[in-house]
Design a binder for this molecule. Structure first.
Ligand code: BES
Ligand code: ZN
Length: 403
């Protein structure tokens, strides 16, 4: 991913602040990079070139520069204290979906039976309505988690959802979720499943935005990153209001603090794991508005995601939405799907383009609706969310079991 999009500047500033304290940190990064900067390798997985490594501040700053030279953004993720306690376990979770599934040959082409009702619902997705919702979300001066009022847009979305869903035909709950790591809240809508309420399908996107300039109050409209994915989820919910109660439970998340290190989703996925929640599948929508690789060309993130679910989403696309999917690596834990993946859940992220040609205006005041925005392109992601909720919410489809 080109340098310009990175949070590099922010990290550098943070690094300058840290250099003063010179506190060592534990991060997860590529094994090659960890070795190159001479970090102490606490745990590693050769097959995925991933390591948990212990670094002093100089090494951390070298790692940041090295990763930027290699075209990655941050290219590493700092681990919390309790994650550090079990680095081996962490890597086990990381590789569970990819390496094991591949080596066991468990991934087979998936064929889905076309369902007319699902198609009709997906076809209700409306680019004009979507534009209105993205315009509203991106009209806040900032949705940064460290802004003086980090929850105004969260509370206002809650009020809007309550009004849209007032006469819904299925049981639901709208909740504000507080976090330990940030003052910003996550918003969750739960639609309770009819026959298998303990089996959960998650759809999420981050509602926060960032401007990687100096100030907490810098303008961060975040139209593409990520009013777009947040709006896709809102529009999907409004259309699912016309569908029957799903058999499985659907959870929709508008996460807090993604731009400051996947903060909201990390806590939520961790708690889900701790409670042994039976989350069958997770879809993340983050940036859907800029058709950088062409209209209806969708990048399918291949790292920190599940091969089984990528295959299933591809089948959903082949059956209903008919976009062109291009597998593409992010190179690091670039969005909230990684939080779920790290807890061993199956996650998938369809993305606006291949990352090389993604929107260059994100993380700045320029991330606004402009002539390059395509609501038709973004609308396909609303349709994918609808189909994901209907197919997984009303079937017995499960990941193949591994031991
Ligand atoms: N939307 C961006 C990046 C992204 C790229 C997401 C490709 C999905 C696919 C995301 O909000 C972001 O900026 N992530 C951070 C990393 C995070 C751990 C702070 C980044 O890329 O620097
Ligand atoms: Zn984003």
């Amino acid at each position: 991913m080109p340098l310009i999009f990175c949070l590099g500047l922010l990290f550098s500033l943070n690094l300058m602040a840290h250099v003063v304290s010179d506190k060592p940190v534990t991060v997860i990064t590529s094994l090659d990079s960890a070795k190159a900067v001479g970090g102490v390798i606490l745990s590693k997985d050769d097959s995925s070139n991933t390591a948990v490594t212990y670094l002093n501040q100089l090494q951390l700053s070298q790692l940041s520069s090295l990763n930027h030279l290699q075209g990655k953004c941050a290219g590493f993720e700092t681990l919390s204290d309790d994650e550090v306690m079990q680095p081996g376990l962490l890597l086990q979770n990381l590789k569970v979906t990819d390496t094991k599934f591949k080596s066991l040959g468990l991934i087979r082409p998936t064929v889905l039976t076309w369902n007319e009702e699902y198609q009709k619902l997906a076809d209700k997705a409306d680019p004009v309505q979507l534009k209105e919702t993205i315009s509203w979300i991106s009209s806040y001066p900032t949705r940064y988690n460290k802004a003086p009022s980090p929850n105004q847009h969260v509370d206002e979305l809650k009020t809007k959802l309550e009004s849209w869903l007032r006469d819904a035909r299925w049981p639901y709950q709208i909740e504000i979720i507080n976090h330990k790591s940030t003052k910003q809240n996550t918003l969750r809508l739960t639609i309770t499943g009819k026959t298998k309420p303990t089996e959960v399908i998650v759809l999420g996107g981050h509602l926060d935005s960032i401007n990687t300039g100096y100030s907490n109050t810098d303008k961060a409209p975040g139209a593409d990153d990520n009013a777009s994915g947040s709006a896709n989820l809102i529009e999907a919910v409004k259309i699912l209001k016309n569908a029957n109660q799903p058999n499985r439970t659907l959870e929709f998340y508008w996460y807090a603090g993604e731009e400051s290190g996947l903060l909201g989703s990390a806590e939520i996925a961790k708690e889900a794991k701790a409670k042994n929640k039976n989350v069958i599948a997770v879809m993340q929508l983050d940036m859907t508005l800029f058709p950088g690789s062409g209209e209806q060309v969708i990048g399918l993130v291949t790292d920190f995601t599940s091969p089984w679910l990528r295959e299933l989403l591809t089948a959903m696309n082949n059956t209903y939405t008919k976009a062109r999917f291009v597998p593409d690596e992010c190179g690091y834990a670039c969005s909230d799907h990684a939080s779920w993946h790290r807890q061993g859940y199956h996650a998938v992220t369809p993305f606006e383009a291949i990352t090389q040609t993604m929107n260059g205006n994100i993380h700045s005041a320029k991330d606004v609706i402009d002539s390059k925005s395509s609501f038709q392109h973004s609308n396909t992601f609303t349709q994918l969310a609808i189909v994901f909720a209907l197919v997984l919410g009303n079937s017995d489809i499960k990941p193949p079991s591994i031991n």
